[in-house]
Design a protein. Structure first.
Length: 268
């Protein structure tokens, strides 16, 4: 890797924070208005706000490193990202359904990935006034205050969010779980683990890089782990940027849950 392409996670997190704040302000300025919207694919909503925020972030971020790749939910996929060591991964509005419905649980999510893993991340939920930042090796914060995932391995009264049917099966082998509200934004659901509001969170199958990359770094820098149900590390910027079911929790509880997920009653 040439010296000119060396990346400082702290510096990149600071730059990312500036641009994500601007993007959040743009999204908020259109929130609650009659924005044009439509459906892509079978059922995924997208709006004029998604496109404008995506364009703003691409102009601000992509211009900072011409050799950096780009992957966004609202951009045409460019195969050149696959040979780039550094890739911006963006969801301009994670939780578009909530955004269009006038509900607060949506966020701008962006991360810089190096060799398949996030090294700088920001997540901004303007309506909730929640601004999350993380850099590799520098911890994670919400509104400038350091975050820590909840410690311990016990599942007694553990606060867990995720797909209802799966949580019902989990409750059969781990009674007394407290089921938490399932947020429209998957990134925010995972960030709740980083800040200690949830003890664990599960993502259903078919999540994408842009749903996960920023929240992944937040969770890890807060002392937690986000992985596959079997404990495997998530690798970003693959040819198909899609993932199966995932688990986030503080490290000890995460290990306990990975072991529990081997129970045959959860395998189906």
């Amino acid at each position: 890797m040439p010296a000119s392409e060396a990346v400082d996670p702290a510096a990149m997190a600071a730059r990312l924070a500036t641009h994500v704040r601007e993007a959040g302000a743009l999204a908020l300025s259109m929130f609650g208005t009659a924005v044009k919207n439509w459906t892509k694919g079978e059922s995924s909503p997208v709006s004029e706000a998604d496109i404008k925020v995506d364009r703003l972030l691409r102009e601000r971020l992509h211009g900072e490193g011409k050799s950096f790749g780009w992957l966004s939910e609202e951009s045409v996929d460019d195969p050149a990202r696959l040979t780039a060591r550094h890739v911006w991964i963006v969801d301009p509005i994670d939780g578009t359904r909530a955004y269009l419905a006038g509900e607060p649980d949506w966020a701008v999510s962006a991360a810089l990935v190096e060799a398949g893993r996030p090294i700088a991340a920001c997540l901004f939920a303007p309506v909730l006034e929640a601004f999350f930042v993380a850099g590799a090796g520098m911890g994670a914060t919400r509104n400038g205050v350091a975050m820590t995932a909840t410690p311990g391995a016990s599942l007694t009264r553990a606060r867990v969010a995720g797909p209802k049917r799966f949580l019902e099966r989990l409750g059969a082998v781990a009674p007394s779980l407290e089921i938490m509200p399932r947020m429209h934004s998957l990134a925010l659901r995972l960030a709740r683990v980083a800040e200690g509001t949830y003890d664990a969170a599960i993502a259903g199958a078919n999540s994408h890089d842009w749903d996960l990359a920023a929240a992944d770094l937040l969770v890890h820098e807060a002392g937690g782990t986000l992985s596959s149900l079997g404990g495997g590390t998530i690798v970003y910027n693959c040819p198909v940027p899609r993932h199966g079911m995932l688990l986030a929790a503080g490290r000890d509880r995460h290990a306990a849950l990975v072991k529990l997920f081997g129970d045959e009653r959860l395998a189906s």
